[in-house]
Ligand binder design. Sequence first.
Ligand code: FMN
Length: 315
Amino acid sequence: MDLYVDATRLLPQTDPQYRQTHVSQGTFLELLVLALSKLGYGAGIEYFPDGEYANDTLESRPVARVRLQASTATLDPLFAHIVNRSSNKRPYRLDRPVPEDAVRKLLECAVEQSEVAFETSLRFEVAPPIRKTLSYLATAAMAIEVADRQRNIETAKWFRFSDAEIERKRDGFGLIHNGTTGMRRWVAETFLLDREGAADPRGMFATGAIDIARAQAESTPAFGVITTSSNSRRAQLLAGRCYARVALAAESQGLAMHPMSQVLEEYPAMQAIKGQFEQAIGLAPGGTAQMFFRLGYAERAPHTPRRDANEMLRT
Ligand SMILES: Cc1cc2nc3c(=O)[nH]c(=O)nc-3n(C[C@H](O)[C@H](O)[C@H](O)COP(=O)(O)O)c2cc1C
């Protein structure tokens, strides 16, 4: 099977080079490899079989060709956690640090896949001073993100403002996925938030996003970063595979995980703070931070919706 980017679902305002799109494709590939291992197959992956394109363009060529192979390999235990894992955007418990042993297991799971290990680096930051810096930068990056009408219009396109919208579209995310439930959610969705108003950088949608990001970042006991030394399309796919493995390993340890991508983004207004972030994590010259995420303990969050798999298949 060939895997393609769906060009109708891009985020040109916040992901102008489609880097995050390709990282997402990598997460899909990793889940596919795990699912094939459950069915008793190996997966032979050829990245960009019709040629790799530059990392600031998108071409309608496949990002990967996957060949099913006879396999004697055993089932990867990460498979068992696919169904329960979800991004958890709630505040985390600051009274429960992430044990060193759990961090070690996450680091190990990323290197079990040799291709992923070769291309990507993963690290966690748990010391209070750097956490404080990263928390500040994540919040400041969200403030930059929502300061622009076009970016807000793009985000609101994928935000689901009611259960009815979630049911109809079966994609995107809404307040409920941040853990805003019950009366607060009802009031916000009924009286305070709508798609048109969301464009306004001074409106509730934008200012609420900064408050939520601050609460998320300040309650985080551990931050994780995945970096690559090159920023080729292939490196982006492998960063996605790495992220999926770590997220599944986190689920296996009862840990919550959540990407905070704003500070990594390539549009001009983000560049100054992105530079500060890269300095804070000690990014090697020429390297790219591909994923930045929170890790900790929290109540479960509801799953984001999923479309029918048939909608994504072309035969
Ligand atoms: C490359 C990438 C970047 C993401 N960045 C963010 C982010 O900045 N903020 C956020 O709340 N979720 C982010 N997510 C998570 C998605 O919003 C969404 O929750 C996920 O793709 C849907 O599946 P899940 O909720 O089951 O993980 C990101 C996901 C991917 C793959």
